[in-house]
Design a protein around this ligand. Structure first.
Ligand code: G6P
Length: 604
């Protein structure tokens, strides 16, 4: 998945294209490029391997001039992160940027003459451009041609195309990947998200699935998936889309970790009214829905999946509500069973994760009672497609490794637990509300241990590998800790349930190795103590992050004061976030943009 920014202005376009790309780098950052057309139809192409900063530097050496241009920041799917594979791609006077994945074998089967051509890149995008170019010159209605030609393309895309022979025009299309149109006094814009448009535009309009657009000067023609003329659905910008500064923090990740108490507190205000859950936050009819649910199926990827696994422990123990959790990419390709009155929940901070969206669409055929999304992006595809929506209020999260968005998902899932209890008139809901009310302060307390965690991070040996153990809800927390350390420290960190230690992981232990143990469940304290003894008996060290005392002496220990264990994983979470952050910092890694990853995985 990649970021697209394009504009047709009444002034030079290159600087705005660069700024737009910078705010889209969360979508990928392994290579970048732009193509700018001047009024004489001269096409100037600049592409670099690496980040947008490299493109900025190249443009400082080699200026481009013109008022119409397309730009792209890439996350490699087909072909390496090289200059040749960077977008825009050129062919016969056309230049195109593309986000998505095209099934190129199917495309080439339709046009065998293409398969014979020498290619300039390894990308599916270049194949798509040549497919679109086949009848382009002959087509009198370019928009109609584009739509017809795209109708036989399998895969997903958003794309913007320019033509040397029509230097005042650009064309765009989307199917499966987002594209937003923006306008200002200076001109018209297209971008992969609204946030990139916000500094330049006073209004924006999301393009619908299957839409195609032609922009000529300030005039646009928009057609929907059926080829009917459409008016863009213009909207203003909400406050949340303000540009984000690091405010003195060296990294967004560090800032986002420290924003957690504040975002939890403001989210909490919006989830409750007069001390009761504001059920209308979910959509109308939510109360009846929550009463009717007999089972829950949750689908998600990455950190969002870990949030779901923690909720499973909660809902089954506290609500006696059966919960199944599955990774979206697995669920979407298998035959599954849907029991009557099962609520489908999908969790995604971005709301654009391709597997999660595909799983949601697949699940729609299975007969669920309704779908409920937990998402941090009001305009995302997921937010539009679910029946009920619980919008988290984490604010923009820039760092690829998720921190505050995950904690807000967990808060939302915990709030849902109390909402279920409230509508079913279970007595505990008030007790849970009190605990959630106190959560922001507890998270501040967890963060106050930063210096101690920083020292752990400096001392932590991660080679040849490191293990993280947990039991109960601390097991998915251990999975999240391992993921964070892998994502930004580039070391093999493996998570296991404590009880699984003897079934293989013990073989990895050797003197000097560190096993991080997470323990927030008093009823499992003795069991975890036994695991710790097993580790220490083999000469490995145990570094324990716990809430409440365990009957054991770990090699290192950070113990949070004991509270009701329900929210212990949330209080331990900032400790593992800080551990990963400070470890990556000490290694000198590029923390906010880890290699090979992207924040929003909009391709399969
Ligand atoms: C990517 C991100 C992760 C995130 C996962 C799921 O891999 O790097 O931080 O957990 O996608 O993303 P979602 O937006 O669906 O929560």
């Amino acid at each position: 998945m990649c970021g697209i920014f394009a504009a047709s202005l009444q002034q030079q376009v290159a600087n705005q294209l660069l700024s737009g790309l910078e705010s889209l780098e969360y979508r990928g950052y392994d290579s970048a490029g732009m193509a700018v057309l001047n009024a004489a139809g001269q096409l100037q192409l600049v592409r670099v391997a690496g980040k947008v900063a490299n493109l900025r530097q190249r443009l400082a050496e080699q200026g481009v001039h013109g008022q119409l241009g397309i730009a792209h920041t890439r996350w490699a799917t087909h072909g390496g992160a090289t200059q040749a594979n960077a977008h825009p791609h050129l062919y016969q006077g056309l230049a195109m940027v593309h986000n998505g994945i095209i099934e190129q074998q199917a495309l080439l089967a339709q046009a065998p003459e293409l398969a014979q051509q020498p290619w300039l890149s390894d990308t599916d995008s270049e194949r798509l451009l040549r497919w679109l170019a086949l009848g382009w010159r002959q087509a009198s209605d370019k928009l109609l041609y584009l739509q017809q030609q795209l109708a036989s393309v399998q895969g997903q895309y958003s794309l913007v195309l320019i033509d040397q022979q029509q230097p005042d025009c650009l064309w765009a299309a989307r199917s499966g990947s987002p594209l937003v149109l923006g306008r200002s006094e200076q001109g018209a814009y297209l971008a992969s998200d609204s946030q990139a448009l916000q500094p330049w535009c006073h209004e924006r309009a999301l393009l619908d699935e299957g839409a195609v657009l032609q922009l000529q000067g300030q005039e646009w023609q928009l057609r929907d998936a059926q080829g009917q003329q459409q008016e863009p659905k213009w909207q203003g910008f909400s406050q949340q889309q303000q540009r984000v500064d690091r405010n003195g923090y060296a990294h967004y990740m560090h800032q986002e970790i420290h924003q957690q108490p504040e975002v939890l507190a403001s989210s909490w205000q919006q989830l409750m009214t007069n001390g009761k859950p504001r059920l209308e936050r979910l959509g109308s009819g939510a109360e009846q829905l929550l009463k009717q649910v007999k089972e829950v199926q949750i689908l998600a990827c990455g950190s969002s999946h870990h949030a779901a696994l923690i909720a499973k422990y909660w809902y089954e123990a506290h609500l006696q509500l059966p919960v199944r959790v599955e990774i979206a990419s697995e669920y979407r390709y298998r035959q599954s069973v849907c029991q009557a009155d099962t609520l489908l929940m999908v969790i995604s901070q971005s709301g654009e994760t391709a597997d999660t969206l595909a799983a949601l669409r697949h699940a729609r055929q299975q007969g669920y009672l309704a779908s409920l999304g937990i998402c941090n992006q009001a305009e995302s595809s997921l937010a539009q497609e679910v029946d009920y929506l619980l919008l988290t209020q984490a604010g923009p999260e820039i760092s690829v490794a998720s921190t505050k968005a995950l904690l807000c998902q967990l808060q939302a899932l915990a709030w849902l637990q109390l909402a279920f209890a409230y509508v079913r008139q279970a007595p505990n809901w008030q007790h849970w509300a009190d605990q959630l009310d106190a959560l922001p302060e507890s998270i501040s307390h967890s963060l106050s241990h930063e210096q101690q965690i920083r020292q752990w991070a400096l001392d932590l040996p991660l080679l040849p590998c490191c293990l993280v153990l947990g039991r109960g809800p601390s097991y998915p927390l251990a999975q999240e800790a391992a993921l964070k350390l892998q994502e930004i420290c580039y070391r093999p960190v493996l998570a296991f349930a404590g009880g699984e230690l003897k079934h293989g992981p013990l073989a990895l232990l050797e003197p000097g190795m560190v096993v991080i143990v997470l323990a927030g469940e008093p009823h499992l304290a003795n069991k975890m103590a036994a695991n710790i003894a097993e580790v220490q008996a083999r000469g490995a060290e145990v570094w324990l992050l716990s809430e409440g005392q365990l009957p054991v002496i770990a090699n290192r220990q950070l113990n949070l004061a004991e509270q009701d264990p329900w929210l212990a994983p949330l209080r331990l979470l900032p400790l593992v976030q800080l551990l990963a952050y400070h470890r990556a910092l000490s290694q000198g890694e590029l923390i906010d943009q880890p290699r090979n990853l992207a924040k929003s995985v909009t391709v399969e």
